[in-house]
Write a protein that binds this ligand. Sequence first.
Ligand SMILES: Cc1cc2nc3c(=O)[nH]c(=O)nc-3n(C[C@H](O)[C@H](O)[C@H](O)COP(=O)(O)O)c2cc1C
Length: 183
Amino acid sequence: MSRVFNHEIMPEIKSRWSPRAFSNKSIAADKLKVLLEAARYAPSCNNEQPWRFLVADSDEKLTKMRNILNKGNQEWANKAPVLILVIALKSFEKTGKENHWNMFDTGTAWGYLSLEAERQGLITHAMGGFDREKARSEFKIPEEYEIISVIAVGYYGDKSELSEFNQSRERPQMRNEIDEILI
Ligand SMILES: Cc1cc2nc3c(=O)[nH]c(=O)nc-3n(C[C@H](O)[C@H](O)[C@H](O)COP(=O)(O)O)c2cc1C
């Protein structure tokens, strides 16, 4: 099963997908910075830039981050050399008013990060399957921040090392047609 593209778009959008077969090969620190550079140039409401990233790339932080993941995600994501907790400020820094667009903007930043990662030959996989409250207490994240996602980042490894179930779904997912997303 392959994806069907009806229009020509950025190659990174076409080739990006969410693999689970991570290699444990580490990512050079400057390469990681390139991904964050892409993320920080995302547009945001009032240029608030509500996104914040907690990067786990040391043994100590990785152990903590792995511990907040659901069992099903731990099975494959534990191999990733970098796990990033994505959070967002809930209120505008200047006015203190609620920022209704914080998740929208932070999603854009993650999107940029994932596409730049693709361009850099890296793979990314976002996860909602983790314990949000455990993340808050383990990493001492104040209530001012929404806890959104954990992203696994790394290089593609060996598919045969995945469980049978994960091997069976180790492929890019299909998409709705344009007509189906118009209302
Ligand atoms: C916010 C978010 C949460 C996700 N949570 C999980 C998760 O907990 N576990 C998992 O294996 N995949 C997770 N995914 C991956 C999606 O299932 C995947 O992006 C989707 O099926 C589309 O496939 P593709 O990214 O390969 O195109 C998540 C993706 C996003 C964006």
